[in-house]
Design a protein around this ligand. Structure first.
Ligand SMILES: NC(=O)c1ccc[n+]([C@@H]2O[C@H](COP(=O)([O-])OP(=O)(O)OC[C@H]3O[C@@H](n4cnc5c(N)ncnc54)[C@H](OP(=O)(O)O)[C@@H]3O)[C@@H](O)[C@H]2O)c1
Length: 284
C-alpha cells in the first residue's frame, strides 16, 4: 500500500513534478514503496483543477498505477491525507498557505519549491522540511533538482525524496548555503539556455537558413554538445579546442564572441540572478 503525496499550488512547477512522477517508468517491487499510490493536487481555481484532470487524462494510465485527484480550495483536507506535502505556490503566498495547513502538518514531510524560503523559516511550521530548487524541463523528465534537508529529515526520508525527485531528471543534494546559486543556475538556467538557443536559431535565419531548419539545427547542436560533455567527462575547453582548426572558422567565431563579452555576460548574468534570489529571500 503506497502513500499520498499532496501538491498545494499545482501550477507550472507543481505540474512538472506531477507529470514526472505520474509518467515514471514502471518500478520493480523494491522501488514501488517509494512511489505514491495517490497524488492530490489542490489549487485556488476550479479551472486549474479541470485542466490538471485533462492533462492527466491525456497521459493515459500511470505505469505505476498512481491515482490523481485534482481539487481546489481544499488545502486542509488535501494535506491531512498526505505523507508528503509539496508546496508549489509563489513565494509571497507561502506564509498564508503554511498558516492554513499547519494544524495538520505534524510528522509529514514538507517539501518547499519556493525561492527564498529558508529551511529555518519553514521549520517554524514543522520540523521535517526539504527545500527543492528545480526547473521547467522537469515536466519532460529532463529537469534538475537541487535539494537541502532539515535536521529532522531521516535517512529513510532522504531516500524517499531522492526517488521522488529523481524522476524529474537529475536530483542532487547540496548544503542550503548553495540555494541562491542553485536558484540562478538551475531555476533560471533554462531561460539562459533558451536565449542561446534563440540566438543560434536567429544566426542561421540571418544567413538564409529557413526558420524550421535553423530551429532543428540549433536544438541538436545544444543537445548533442551537452551529451558529448556528459558522456566524455572532458572539460568543455578541451572539447572546444578540438573543434578549432588553426586559422579556421571556429576560433574566429569564438574570438568575436569573447570581444562581445559573451562568457563574462553569462557568468555575470547567472550571478545577478543569484543576488536577486538572495535579496528576495531577505525580504520574505
Ligand atoms: N516557474 C519556474 O520556472 C520556477 C523555477 C524554479 C522555482 N520555481 C518556484 O516554484 C514555485 C511555483 O512557481 P510556478 O511558476 O509553478 O507558479 P504558478 O504557475 O503560478 O503556480 C502556483 C499555483 O499556486 C496556486 N495557488 C494560488 N493560490 C492558492 C491557494 N490559496 N491555494 C492553493 N493553491 C493556490 C495557483 O492556482 P490557480 O491556478 O488555481 O490560481 C497556481 O496554479 C515558486 O515558489 C517559485 O519560486 C519556479
Amino acid at each position: 500500500m503506497g502513500y499520498t503525496l499532496t501538491i498545494i499550488g499545482c501550477g507550472v512547477m507543481g505540474q512538472a513534478i506531477l507529470s514526472s512522477i505520474y509518467n515514471a517508468p514502471r518500478a520493480d517491487d523494491d522501488l514501488r514503496k517509494y512511489y505514491p499510490s495517490k497524488i492530490i493536487t489542490c489549487n485556488h481555481s476550479a479551472s486549474t483543477a479541470v485542466s490538471i484532470t485533462k492533462m492527466i487524462k491525456g497521459f493515459g494510465a500511470s505505469p505505476n498505477e498512481i491515482e490523481v485527484v485534482a481539487t481546489y480550495k481544499n488545502n486542509l483536507k488535501a494535506v491531512s491525507e498526505a505523507k508528503v506535502v509539496v508546496l508549489g505556490t509563489k513565494p509571497y503566498l507561502v506564509e498564508q498557505m503554511l498558516e492554513e495547513i499547519q494544524p495538520v502538518l505534524e510528522n509529514k514531510i514538507l517539501v518547499s519549491l519556493a525561492a527564498g524560503w529558508s529551511i529555518s523559516k519553514l521549520e517554524a511550521y514543522t520540523k521535517k522540511v526539504s527545500r527543492v530548487m528545480t526547473n521547467t524541463p522537469a515536466k519532460y523528465g529532463y529537469g534538475t533538482a537541487v535539494i537541502s534537508h532539515s535536521a529532522a529529515i531521516t535517512s529513510a526520508d532522504r531516500k524517499l525524496m531522492n526517488q521522488i525527485f529523481g524522476h524529474l531528471g537529475l536530483c542532487i543534494m547540496l548544503p542550503e548555503k548553495n540555494m541562491d546559486a542553485a536558484t540562478a543556475l538551475v531555476g533560471s538556467g533554462p531561460a539562459f539556455v533558451l536565449l542561446m538557443l534563440e540566438s543560434l536559431m536567429e544566426s542561421g535565419l540571418k544567413m538564409g537558413i529557413p526558420l524550421k531548419e535553423s530551429r532543428e539545427c540549433a536544438i541538436k547542436v545544444i543537445e548533442g554538445t551537452a551529451k558529448m560533455v556528459g558522456e566524455t567527462g572532458q572539460h568543455p575547453s578541451v572539447l572546444k579546442h578540438q573543434i578549432c582548426t588553426p586559422g579556421g572558422t571556429t576560433i574566429a567565431g569564438l574570438c568575436k564572441m569573447e570581444e562581445k563579452g559573451v562568457k563574462a555576460g553569462i557568468i555575470n548574468g547567472v550571478e545577478e540572478a543569484a543576488h536577486v534570489a538572495e535579496r528576495l529571500g531577505r525580504k520574505l
